[in-house]
Write a protein that binds this ligand. Structure first.
Ligand code: ADP
Ligand code: MG
Length: 254
């Protein structure tokens, strides 16, 4: 890993919801162009951590962040950070597919329109390219004006991914993106992740150990708000250094 470029450098990150501390002393270097998986039992802070990376927690009143999160070397919590631009660069795909109650086209065009990235002609090209990159174009090209919510769940999740891709992000965060999907739809997303990592940095939370082992290059094990271990995925699954990790990945705990 030593040669790879660090996309996110996280240093001594603490995060509080009011009086409750949800993350303690997290430090990790998330490499560019790789897939980093985050695992650990429910409630251990994985989603909170993911939301710290594009300041999605800002929306929750009473929260407090300490420590540094550097994206390409710049602290995202600095006062001068343009949060809208941060969220364009660092997109988030949620657990439950959440397309807007609009057409497929309008869902994918939403970001480019909001950011005035383009004129009408280019917008069509951006929507087509984003749907292609999300491996959905062939399935929807004849019904772009139909409601995204009429699609199957797995397709809806790929609309959400296309919506993120349409604003040319650098990092894609995924919070258990397959937990609402059937195995075939899950496989499609996993194949997509393998392709997308050539262009993007991906961080995925998953409770599915096989999925973490299949799709990721690095795995971080969270436990009660702390990062217990962070290493190459093959090591985490074959010879982890922490007993907590060993117990969790073999299903003895969590
Ligand atoms: N909006 C919130 N307000 C208060 N506490 C929260 C909020 N979201 C999460 N928490 C708490 O923070 C801890 C970590 O939650 P979360 O990041 O969702 O864990 P995970 O994704 O690993 O299941 C949990 O104790 C949870 O109850
Ligand atoms: Mg979660």
């Amino acid at each position: 890993m030593s040669q790879s470029i660090v996309k996110f450098a996280v240093r001594d990150l603490n995060f509080h919801y009011g009086p409750k501390r949800a993350l303690s002393g997290i430090s990790m270097d998330i490499p560019a162009g790789r897939v980093t998986a985050l695992i650990g039992p429910s409630g251990c802070g994985k989603s909170t951590f993911l939301r710290c990376l594009n300041r999605m927690n800002d929306r929750i009143p009473g929260t407090r962040v300490e420590g540094d999160i550097l994206l390409d070397g710049a602290n995202i919590n600095d006062a001068e950070t343009d949060v809208a631009d941060l969220r364009r660069r660092v997109g988030l795909v949620f657990q439950k597919p959440n397309p807007f109650p609009q057409s497929i086209f309008d869902n994918v065009a939403f970001g480019p329109r909001a950011l005035s990235l383009t004129d009408g002609q280019r917008l069509g090209d951006i929507v087509e390219q984003s749907l292609m990159d999300a491996a959905l174009w062939d399935e929807v090209k004849d019904k772009l004006r139909e409601p995204a919510l009429d699609l199957a769940l797995g397709q809806q999740q790929r609309v959400c991914l296309a919506r993120v891709l349409a604003v040319q992000p650098e990092v894609i965060l995924m919070d258990e993106p397959c937990s609402a999907l059937d195995p075939i739809a899950t496989l499609k997303i996993e194949e997509l992740i393998a392709r997308l990592k050539e262009k993007y940095t991906i961080v995925i939370v998953t409770h599915n150990m096989q999925q973490a082992a299949r799709v990721s290059d690095l795995t971080g094990m969270f436990w009660l708000g702390e990062l217990v271990e962070f290493d190459r995925t093959d090591r985490i699954f074959t010879r982890p250094s922490a007993q907590l990790t060993a117990d969790y990945v073999t299903g003895r705990s969590g």
